[in-house]
Ligand binder design. Structure first.
Ligand SMILES: [Zn+2]
Ligand SMILES: [Zn+2]
Length: 265
């Protein structure tokens, strides 16, 4: 079995002390590849450095909606230059988060529009973050989908109707460990059975959202635990985990355009 953690934050300070062990546990869990995702200038610089230093680890650069207010045009220039590094396979995470409102709506939207433009010109797929935007992200994507070179709605938290509209635009849906959580994951378990397998990615969003059963032992999530998301997903979809893993692996490689010219993917 080969697994791809399509979304994690290995630049987070909580991984500084034992990253070698984290990588080792990835190998043991057959998590062969991972995408480490930036959230501002500094974290994007760090994700690229990490991906540069390890085979099968890729980077995304971008400004998270939480950081929209404090990011400048020169930050975007730096990210644009960083994206020239061959380990950068996506732009993100970008989007709208009206739940915590760390940045005002207006700055979030300006920051999102600018980054859709840049990613489009660079032909990079986009990793979208959406929380409680009440259809606004969908509205924006539906008017701009011609500019977007594919993308994933990571940590999907919307409803059935929203899901359908994202799927119709051809986006992938990122499923996190929330799927494994008793009460909190009920909505996601209900929706996850209706998504075509060819449009699903699995992710940890590590160090956040630790899945069950690992969450009983450790607070910090890590890429190795994406295996628990796969197992749960296969169970609720009544599919063979090996076959499903294969489909999800291919989806992730297709979106991020990795390993297509050779047999490793
Ligand atoms: Zn996110
Ligand atoms: Zn994230």
């Amino acid at each position: 079995m080969k697994l791809f953690d399509s979304h994690c934050h290995l630049d987070d300070a909580v991984f500084e002390k034992d990253i070698a062990k984290v990588y080792h546990r990835m190998d043991e869990a057959d998590v062969v590849k991972a995408m480490t995702v930036g959230t501002d200038r500094k974290s994007s610089q760090k994700t690229v450095a990490l991906a540069d230093a390890r085979k099968h680890l890729y980077a995304a650069v971008g400004i998270h909606p939480h950081n929209a207010e404090n990011s400048t045009a020169s930050d975007l220039d730096i990210l644009r230059n960083l994206a020239a590094n061959p380990t950068v396979k996506a732009w993100g995470e970008i989007g709208l988060d009206f739940n915590r409102m760390y940045s005002p709506v207006k700055s979030q939207e300006i920051c999102l529009h600018e980054q859709i433009e840049i990613a489009g010109k660079l032909k990079l797929p986009i990793i979208f973050h959406e929380r409680d935007s009440h259809g606004r992200l969908l509205e924006i994507l539906e008017t701009r989908k011609n500019k977007i070179a594919g993308g994933v709605i990571h940590c999907f938290s919307g409803n059935q109707q929203e899901l359908k509209r994202y799927l119709n635009m051809g986006f992938y849906i990122g499923i996190t460990g929330i799927l494994t959580i008793k009460g909190r994951g009920a909505f996601l378990r209900e929706l996850a059975v209706s998504i075509p397998a060819e449009q699903i990615l699995i992710e940890t969003d590590a160090p956040y959202l630790t899945p069950a059963p690992q969450k009983n032992k450790t607070r910090r999530n890590e890429p190795a635990f994406v295996r628990s998301v796969l197992v749960k997903l296969a169970l609720i979809r009544k599919e063979d985990p090996e076959i499903l893993a294969d489909v999800l692996w291919n989806n992730t490689c297709r979106l991020f355009k990795v390993g297509i010219q050779n047999s490793e993917c």
